[in-house]
Design a protein around this ligand. Sequence first.
Ligand code: R5P
Length: 296
Amino acid sequence: MAERVVLAGPASEELGRSVAEKLGLPLLDAEFKVFPDGETKFTVADRVSGKGVLVVQSTHHPVDQHLFQLLLASHRLSEEGAKVTAVVPYLAYARQDKQFLPGEGVTLGVVAHMMRSVGVRRLVTVDIHSAEGLALFSFPTYSVSAIPSLVAYARESLGLKDTVVISPDFGGSKRTEAFASLYGAPFLQLSKSRDRTSGEVTVRESKLDVEGKEVVIVDDIISTGGTVNAAAQTVMKQGAKRALAICVHGLFVGSAVEILERASVKTIVSTNTVPGRFSQVDVSDAIASHLRTLEE
Ligand code: R5P
């Protein structure tokens, strides 16, 4: 097996360092310099020829800059003879993995194409929005689940009683059901729809067994907060004692947090695939365990 080294990209410095530590690997000596106009320059100081380089770089806001930094580093490293594994804990554009409306670009397909063209040999991500998206990549891809880490955190830190776990929509139901079954709580699924033009989210009203219960709403992504907001309002209207929001990737765009708090969501938990105020749950162990199973 080739020697391995970790590049902790600017979007994931802490997580990258933690993955390196867990794997007992050195960090690559390299620099990302961002110029005042926003352009990035990448320089690698170490020799990487023949080595496996794990490039850890999430692609949250600023999405295109983080994505470009990943591509830029991967290109240089593979040109220098490294075997590049892109470790992208939060993979942006994963929700646009097909054409939903005529004329739309399949953005994830473009991301896959670009990664391939800069020499990425394989991709490791965390809870990709939909496993179908992985089919757009022409090299090996792996989606690591953060659900066991989130369940462990909920057990140890949230002190929940009489709990119901809810998926706000059909798309995320498998992931949320896995959470409910590991946690040992009943699972319910709401029926959400989103207007594909305005983005507005509505939840179809149905009678739910949530009265007096602590309701954990589990989703892969919280972006604007619209989805969790609609779910929380629905369960609170039906007499839930409390609504909590748990997600893998907490983007919290604009006033998402205020929107959730207005909907009586006082507890918000996310992982550190996207660093921020709510990223209490560390996924470095889950990522490192998966990387240990891959050979260079
Ligand atoms: C969509 O299907 C995803 O699973 C999330 O529910 C969605 O991306 C959340 O976005 P927002 O917070 O803007 O409603």
